[in-house]
Design a protein around this ligand. Sequence first.
Ligand SMILES: [Zn+2]
Length: 285
Amino acid sequence: MPSLESFFNQDWIVFSSIVIFLFGLCLGSFFNVCIWRIPRRESVISNPSHCPNCQSQIKWYDNIPVFSYLLLMGKCRACKIKISPRYIMVELITAVFFLIDYLRVVNSEQSFPTLIIYLLATSLVILTFLIDIKHKIIPDKINYTIIVLALITAFSLPESVGRNSHISGLENSLLGFIVSVLLLGSFSFIGKKLFRKDILGWGDVKYLGAVGACFGLIPAVWFFTLFIGAIFGLIFGVALILFRGKNIYSELPFGPFLAIGTYLWILCGPELTEGYFSIISSFAF
Ligand SMILES: [Zn+2]
């Protein structure tokens, strides 16, 4: 791990930006596998990558993120069927988001371990957004994996959740998870009793539990995620009704909007909430 001084050194920033970007490309390539296989209940580790059309196994040199896609001009080497540009898009989006996370940490002079939490939360955001928008589910496998990884990170690098001992780090992350599941789970339960309709599905509750495990016990994170998610959901829902002729009862997955909320939290959440509360308090006093 670099020392704090070298972490903010210009050359180091350029070098590590490139490393983070390449890491994002590779992980984005793995996310493509997750996005395709997890909703179909296929294993993401066994079974090497294969062409969905001719089933031929994809060799390692044809599986290099972005590079192989461009070299093969977006076609399978064996059967020449067109490969969806979605693959290269997911790789690039992951890489760009990871790079933004890194620059956010550097610019706001946060600790290096915070970056690991940001990368975990960003992975959750990307996978949730892309799977929920298509399949209308947030798979447990993704939520549980992120929860476990967040707990391990908080324990081994307590600074990532603003604590300075291993036990206290784990405690913060665990509390973040438990409190968000209990609170939002009750909200979902009561909502269903009152409105006889899922106002917050269990997948969304578990998603917010994973967000809690990542950031620790900071209620502002879930409120921000829910609030921004609801605003984006509302805008999108109204747009669908107005322009696509959908009705008010059309099912719209909430996960992608929650994901937007979480990512905005990483980018500017604390500053926005702080600004909001200082405006409110300036009126109150
Ligand atoms: Zn093929």
